[in-house]
Write a protein that binds this ligand. Structure first.
Ligand code: FE2
Length: 289
């Protein structure tokens, strides 16, 4: 590791958006042609914890092509069903890593947990041109099979990537992602080595912390809820404050470095490929499996 940890490139305050059949979400970023967080396209935090939002609606049957969608539930459930014949419930602590490839149709319906809350995240990861029309695939990981690492006030659930010699169960993903749920006790420092040029972001959703190099004195304390986008560098350093825990999702991955054309639930490389997806949806040839 070189001396300096990755610095903060910028900090994002998530915005409320409405998606699906009227689902209120906090979105940190969404797909754009500029693709600044390559290979990551979108990060949403389900946030229907306020009773004034009324009954929870979901995401009725919709297609995806050219991407991976990663659903991680903290509280409540998401019931899902798809064109491959899969169906099930993603419960608290479970992860579903869905590689849409050339196409799936699915529905996703969140349900409140015993506390009345629904809490979870959806991340979209891009696929390179060579894999966009590949076979759809699911990796369903139940909470019990996600390994935890506990050391000196650091609690890490490793979904993908490696921490403390422990590898996550989600594998064979082109972007070589890191996806971890990290909780730090007060005044605890977390470090993680990463390939220098991989994109890295942290989503602080509980507590407060100092993200980036700690020079003493001038460190800026960030409060939940914020997303931190890091500069390049060979390691990350994140420290909780003296009086508060910090809990954050940590995501890193290899940039794909290809032009993208996002349109709704499709992310392809050219406009012609987007048009083709709509043609196939209309003439009934979108689903090939
Ligand atoms: Fe979806």
């Amino acid at each position: 590791m070189s001396a300096a940890a990755r610095a903060i490139k910028h900090i994002v305050k998530p915005e409320f958006v409405i998606e699906g059949a009227g689902v209120l979400l906090q979105r940190s970023f969404g797909p754009s042609r500029e693709n600044p967080l390559d290979p990551f396209l979108l990060f949403d935090h389900f946030a229907f914890n306020d009773p004034i939002e009324g009954p929870i609606v979901g995401f009725p049957m919709h297609p995806h092509r050219g991407i991976e969608t990663v659903t991680y539930m903290l509280e409540g459930n998401t019931r899902h069903r798809d064109s491959l014949g899969n169906s099930g419930v993603i419960g608290p602590g479970d992860v579903q890593w869905m590689t849409s490839g050339r196409g799936i149709m699915h529905e996703e319906f969140p349900k409140r947990g015993p506390s009345g809350r629904v809490d979870g995240f959806q991340l979209w990861v891009n696929l390179p041109a060579a894999d966009k029309m590949g076979r759809p695939r699911y990796q369903e990981v139940v909470a019990d099979s996600i390994p935890g690492v506990e050391t000196d006030g650091i609690h890490v659930r490793v979904v993908a990537g490696e921490y403390g010699g422990v590898k996550g169960p989600v594998t064979e993903i082109v972007a070589q992602p890191v996806y971890m749920d990290v909780t730090l006790e007060p005044a605890t420092t977390f470090t993680l080595e990463l390939p220098e040029e991989h994109t890295a972001v942290a989503y602080l959703f509980e507590g407060s912390g100092i993200f980036g190099p700690q020079d003493g004195g001038a460190d800026e304390v960030l409060e939940a809820v914020h997303m931190v986008i890091f500069e390049e560098g060979d390691h990350l350093q994140i420290r909780s404050t003296a009086d508060s825990k910090a809990r954050f999702m940590l995501m890193a991955g290899a940039p794909i470095r290809e032009p993208i054309v996002p349109y709704g639930p499709f992310v392809m490389n050219t406009e012609a490929e987007i048009k083709q997806a709509f043609i196939e949806l209309r003439n009934g040839t979108f689903i090939k499996d």
